[in-house]
Structures are given as structure tokens and as C-alpha cells.
Design a protein around this ligand. Structure first.
Ligand code: SF4
Length: 353
């Protein structure tokens, strides 16, 4: 046995592999639907047909929790019928819908509530319709630039090996003088995107956080080191790079945690990666509905959601959220901002919310 064989391989986060795949009938009329069908056959996955994703009521599982876990490993391939895009402030003008749902198990994820009882993953195969709609939005706003966020309802990088949609979006936006794309990911499977013709019209962002947050609240996602290695690769391919620090969580030792995060980023990124670098900062927030769902799905979570310790921030349609009180929010913003400018003087902080 050689020395190499004695060293265990470094465990790398695997690409998502669903257990169940459902196809809506029309999906097979599109090249992407046929391609995914072929892929699912080759992988030996259990394939079902369904008239509509709404009909998938009887996912296996004894308890609600088990059904939820199975839903997170279920892929539904269908058509995006609504081509009216939601707004996506503050990061972009519009959310561009290429997928919904995510295989990750981040306790705090906003999809817990937005997808509610339908946490399975959906990939939309009518990509030409979606691109056509985005072109219309771009034309309507000309001569202003229009930015599209592709990660509002999913983590599209984590699905790219199945859908290939992100590459199509990147190359489409590269040809649009007034169109820009952005997305964020917690996955490191970026290799298929490195040779995409992006024309610097896509900002590739990675979600990063203090060690405490990644370890306790982000199961099922790529490790920090994997994300940073991927960030260096995409910067090496000339993409404008960004980091989203979210959710920023107040915890014992948070100053050390966030300082260490920025030090590690500085230490691992090649200088060319930091030439056009942005940061977005989002403090942790939750609604009462989210809190109930999170406690059901992750009963042992350490995520602090105590209304007594929070400030209520009113939102649209009277639906507010619990954020940190002003003194804590200001302390987080000031400290992390200083750390960013200390380590990356040329970076731009787009917002803190
Ligand atoms: Fe949600 Fe993003 Fe985590 Fe997926 S990776 S569960 S979209 S926070």
C-alpha cells in the first residue's frame, strides 16, 4: 500500500443528487426537459410523471419532518408559467426565476416560509421564455441598466450540474448592453461556469459567515474553504466577485468571529480577485411564522429567536420582521464595515440591512 493510499481523501461536499424526480408532462417538450430526463435515467433515479407539481401531495415519509427531508431531495421539472418577475431590492431590480427550492438545510433560510408546504426543488425548462421576458424588462427600463438576481428563490449554482440554466443566463446577459446578472451561492461547484462568456455582466457572489454560523446553521452546504477556493476560481475567470455576509448573527465572540472571517478571506484571495469586490451585509431577521416552522423542522436549533431581545420592524403589507435592536445592529454594522475596509480598502459595501 502506498503512502497516498493511507491518507484518507479530503471529504468534499458532493453535488446534489435527488432521490425522486417528477416531470410535468409539458416539460418533456423542451430540450432542457428531455436533457434532464435522460440524465435522471442515466443516474438510475426514481422517475414519476405528474400533471402539476401541486399534485405531489403524497411524498413518502412517516412524519411531517420526514416528508420535509424527502421533499428537499425531490426534484420537479416543469414550466415557469408566470413570467412576471418579482422585484428584488436592494440587490437588483428583478428576481429572475430559473428554479425554486434548495437542497441546503440552513436553519434560518427564508425559503422555509416563502415555499411553505412545498419545499421540493423545481427547475423550469422554458428558459427561452424566461430570457425573453427579461429582455422585455431590460427594454422597458432603457437607457437605465437593469439588474437581475437569480438566487432569490433557490441556490442555482447547486443545481447547475442538472439544469445548465445559469450558464445560459450568464451568456445571454453578456450580450445585453443594459442587462446585468447576479446571484449568490453557498456551493463550490463552479467549474462548468468558468468558461462561460460573461463579458463582466455577471457578479458572482458567495455567501460567507463567521465559523459559528456556518457550523451551527448551514448543514448541507459547501464548506467555507470550498466556497473560498471557488471564489478564487471565478475571479480568475474574470467575473466581478462579491460576498454576502448573511445572516449576520449576534453570538458570543461575534467580533472575533467576523474579524477572523475577513482575515481568512484576505489570506485566501489572490490580489486580482479583490480589484472589483463588493460586500452586502444582512443582519438576521425572522417572522413569527418562520420561527414556528424552523422550530418544527430543526427542533434542536440554537438559532436565537427571542422577541424580547429583538426590535420589530414593520414591513410591506403590515408583515413585519424581528431584527436586532438599533444598538446591536449599529455595533454589527460599524465593526464589520471597519473590518472590511481594513482588509479590502478598495471594496464597495453595497448595503447593510
Ligand atoms: Fe436557503 Fe441558501 Fe441555505 Fe439553500 S443554501 S437552504 S437557499 S440559505
Amino acid at each position: 500500500m502506498t503512502t497516498q493510499q493511507l491518507i484518507p481523501p479530503i471529504h468534499s461536499t458532493l453535488k446534489f443528487m435527488p432521490e425522486l424526480v417528477y416531470f410535468e408532462p409539458d416539460a418533456l417538450n423542451y430540450p432542457k426537459g428531455q436533457h434532464i430526463h435522460q440524465w435522471a435515467l442515466e443516474q438510475g433515479l426514481e422517475i414519476h410523471m405528474t400533471t402539476s407539481h401541486n399534485q405531489i401531495r403524497d411524498l413518502p415519509g412517516e412524519s411531517e419532518l420526514e416528508k420535509y427531508r424527502i421533499a428537499k431531495r425531490t426534484l420537479v421539472v416543469g414550466i415557469r408559467k408566470t413570467l412576471k418577475f418579482d422585484s428584488s431590492k436592494p440587490s437588483a431590480e428583478y428576481a429572475i426565476p430559473i428554479a425554486t427550492g434548495c437542497m441546503g438545510h440552513c436553519h434560518y433560510c427564508y425559503l422555509q416560509t416563502t415555499l411553505g408546504a412545498k419545499p421540493y426543488i423545481r427547475i423550469y425548462v422554458n428558459i427561452d421564455d424566461i430570457l425573453g421576458a427579461s429582455k422585455q424588462y431590460i427594454d422597458d427600463r432603457a437607457p437605465e441598466i437593469t439588474r437581475f438576481e437569480a438566487a432569490c428563490t433557490s441556490d442555482p449554482v447547486g443545481l447547475e450540474h442538472i439544469s445548465g440554466s445559469l450558464k445560459q443566463l450568464i451568456e445571454f446577459m453578456a450580450e445585453q448592453p443594459l442587462g446585468r446578472l447576479r446571484f449568490v451561492t453557498k456551493y463550490h461547484h463552479v467549474d462548468s461556469l468558468l468558461d462561460a462568456k460573461h463579458n463582466k455582466h455577471t457578479r458572482f457572489r458567495f455567501s460567507v459567515n463567521a465559523d459559528y454560523v456556518i457550523k451551527n446553521f448551514e448543514p448541507g452546504t459547501s464548506k467555507f474553504a470550498e466556497r473560498i477556493e471557488a471564489a478564487s476560481k471565478v475571479a480568475g475567470s474574470g467575473y466581478p466577485l462579491g460576498f454576502i455576509i448573511a445572516p449576520i448573527i449576534w453570538h458570543d465572540g461575534w467580533e472575533d468571529g467576523y474579524e477572523e472571517l475577513l482575515e481568512k478571506l484576505k489570506g485566501s484571495l489572490p490580489p486580482e480577485a479583490t480589484k472589483d469586490l463588493t460586500f452586502e451585509l444582512i443582519q438576521h431577521r425572522y417572522t413569527k411564522t418562520a420561527k414556528n416552522i424552523i422550530h418544527t423542522r430543526y427542533p434542536k436549533t440554537k438559532l436565537e429567536m427571542d422577541e424580547e431581545k429583538r426590535k420589530y420592524k414593520w414591513g410591506r403589507y403590515g408583515r413585519g420582521k424581528y431584527v436586532y435592536p438599533d444598538d446591536q445592529a449599529n455595533a454589527l454594522r460599524t465593526f464589520i464595515t471597519e473590518q472590511i475596509f481594513d482588509k479590502f480598502p478598495a471594496a464597495k459595501i453595497e448595503y447593510f440591512t
